[in-house]
Design a protein around this ligand. Structure first.
Ligand code: GCB
Length: 604
């Protein structure tokens, strides 16, 4: 009886993650990366009591069952665990690649980190920031539930100013990567469902009133007007914020008098535009009475004109490649700048000026590196295949992931395309869902192009792209697998196309599998020669597609996928990579490289 009353009175005070603090690299941070203790908990014993009711909704202080390592007489508390006697995992990092037993694990793992932290000034505030946790995170500090975050590829943070102690803080995170029909992505994907705290974790110490977020970009359709907003947190009086870009002789004072963001517009002369050939980034600083926040921002104009994509008013061809967030040589989620360098250096060597970061927002390191080295980027959210389009919660989840991705990356010049989805089946519910995402994107950032990877249909020997979404997207992108999932390679160059929009066309995927080192004739699947021929024939076909403005073949490197079952060839790897999981280039790599060299000449 007593238990029932407690439950009713203390129903969930579950808080969700709070407004994102952006540009965490240039703030006053302390890393919580390193070793964390973990407990594998497939039955979620640390979360639910024997009546399958969550402990943290029972307890008046919102405590988890894993309250601390000292057991009290609190009857709600679980005693059959001990973090400090449990093994450790490295954070950041997926759990699958760190312990053989966890390779296929999908479920709950509890992470625990103890740490000391002394706030340097008593009026300062402290935030706990996660770069990403796949998929669902329940976060507890010193026994208090901070909140829940859903979505495996975007950052989130919680304020912990009143909970932090100088010594022995006890941070516990329940990470659950179980797949679910209504989730984003849904149950069925062609990539490894790497679980864990997969990206950096840090503490961010800020002054009481601080710069939370800002957007500093060229105004849509203008080449000499820099616009955006500045958002402070905890504005108690009128604040003067000084935005400086010394190299452009810009110093602008912006008045902020409440917590809402304040828009600004500045005319700038002689901007050197960002481009892959000349990835100019300007030092930018935002200054308040309490803080200076610095960034490196590039300015470029990305537009379309009928069938052309224009970068800084000049037509470009997107010489691209698709990439998963995986370092194939570690067979693990990529999470740092070293991994990003491996992937983007390969793309550079291939001759790319563009990468499709499929099928979810990748880590911030790779996006920042792309900005620095001059690589245009397609960024995507995991609205993939058979999403539960009629489910309102699913839509809210997708919108939230989209919002977090755009919030994090809106100041990166390299990002030219926000992608709403990949290969989603046609229906009215799907159109409404995607339109809601298009509208959300436009409300957050109208300066980039919007696209989605669509599909083709075939009728009477003609490849047809006729998808209602094409009307609302800036770029008509589609995946097609001639010579792999049907269609003859021999006839590919003469294929007929019907694409009804007068817009740039991008082939967001094409390709076929090959086991590196397996050789044979052009008719033998899985050989390097077959893949090479497939690329030759597809490229001949693609050149003739009306309005063609870019390609991002599938894919830079072999990647792990539990759907790829063929023994001695796939063994759990999708073999469509141009580079093997040992880092060895297959023949088709050079076919595409030669094609990009040819294109380069045409566009120069
Ligand atoms: C696709 C998907 C991609 C798959 C690929 C394949 O169309 O977009 O995620 O991995 O095909 O290899 O079949």
């Amino acid at each position: 009886m007593r238990r029932t009353i407690v439950l009713i009175l203390l129903l969930p005070i579950v808080s969700f993650s709070q407004d994102l603090v952006t540009n965490t690299t240039n703030r006053n941070t302390t890393s919580l990366n390193g070793t964390w203790h973990y407990i594998i908990d497939p039955y979620e014993t640390g979360y639910y009591n024997y009546r399958y009711q969550p402990y943290d909704q029972f307890d008046k202080n919102n405590h988890s069952a894993f309250y601390n390592n000292y057991h009290t007489d609190d009857k709600l508390e679980l005693v059959e665990y001990d973090f400090d006697k449990s093994p450790t995992l490295l954070v950041p990092g997926d759990w699958n690649s760190q312990n053989e037993k966890l390779l296929y694990y999908e479920g709950t793992i509890w992470y625990k980190k103890s740490f000391n932290y002394q706030i340097s000034n008593p009026s300062n505030r402290l935030f706990l920031y996660f770069g990403a946790v796949n998929y669902k995170a329940e976060v507890y500090l010193n026994g208090h539930k901070l909140g829940t975050h859903i979505g495996g590829f975007t950052p989130f943070n919680f304020e912990i100013t009143t909970i932090i102690k100088p010594k022995d803080n006890y941070l516990v995170v329940k990470v659950d990567n179980k797949r679910a029909k209504e989730a984003v992505p849904t149950i069925n994907t062609d990539w490894w469902n790497y679980g864990g705290i997969t990206r950096d974790v840090k503490l961010i110490e800020e002054p009481s009133t601080f710069i939370q977020d800002y957007k500093i970009q060229l105004k849509k359709g203008h080449n000499a007007s820099i616009t955006g907003f500045i958002k402070l947190n905890n504005v108690l009086k009128e604040e003067n914020v000084i935005l400086s870009i010394p190299e452009l002789n810009i110093q602008k004072t912006i008045l902020v008098n409440n917590n809402n963001s304040v828009d600004f517009e500045i005319t700038a002369k002689n901007i050197q535009y960002w481009s892959p050939k000349s990835p100019k980034l300007y030092a930018v600083s935002i200054k308040t009475d309490y803080q200076i926040l610095e960034d490196q921002i590039g300015f470029r104009i990305i537009t379309t004109n009928g069938p052309q994509i224009l970068l800084n008013d000049k037509p470009i061809f997107l010489k691209g490649i698709s990439i998963h967030e995986e370092n194939p040589m570690r067979a693990a989620r990529a999470f740092n700048e070293t991994d990003a360098l491996v992937l983007l250096n390969w793309a550079k060597e291939l001759g790319c000026n563009y990468v499709r970061l499929a099928h979810y927002p990748h880590n911030e390191h790779i996006v920042k590196l792309a900005d620095k080295i001059g690589m245009m980027v397609w960024e995507e959210i995991p609205v993939y295949w058979t999403i539960d389009f009629k489910n309102e919660n699913t839509l809210n989840n997708a919108k939230n992931q989209l919002t977090e991705a755009i919030t994090r990356d809106k100041n990166r010049a390299c990002i030219i395309i926000w992608s709403m989805a990949n290969e989603t089946p046609l229906s009215d519910a799907r159109n409404e869902f995607l339109m809601a995402l298009v509208n959300r994107t436009k409300s957050l950032d109208n300066t980039r192009l919007i696209s989605a990877a669509l599909e083709t249909h075939h009728n009477d020997g003609v490849n047809i792209v006729n998808d209602k979404m094409g009307e609302y997207l800036d770029i008509v992108a589609f995946n097609q697998y001639t010579g792999w999932y049907g269609g003859s390679l021999e006839n590919a160059p003469n294929a007929k196309w019907s694409i009804k929009y007068n817009k740039p066309v991008v082939i967001s995927e094409f390709g076929g599998g090959a086991l590196q080192g397996l050789h044979g004739t052009i008719n033998e699947r899985w050989t390097e020669e077959y893949q090479e021929y497939l690329y030759q024939q597809n490229l001949k076909m693609i050149e003739k597609i009306p309005n063609i403005s870019g390609i991002s073949p599938w894919i830079l490197a072999d990647f792990r996928s539990p759907k790829r079952l063929l023994p001695n060839i796939q063994d759990g790897w999708n073999r469509k990579g141009l580079i093997s999981n040992n880092g060895i280039k297959k023949k088709a790599f050079y076919t595409l490289q030669a094609f990009f060299k040819k294109i380069e000449k045409e566009y120069d």
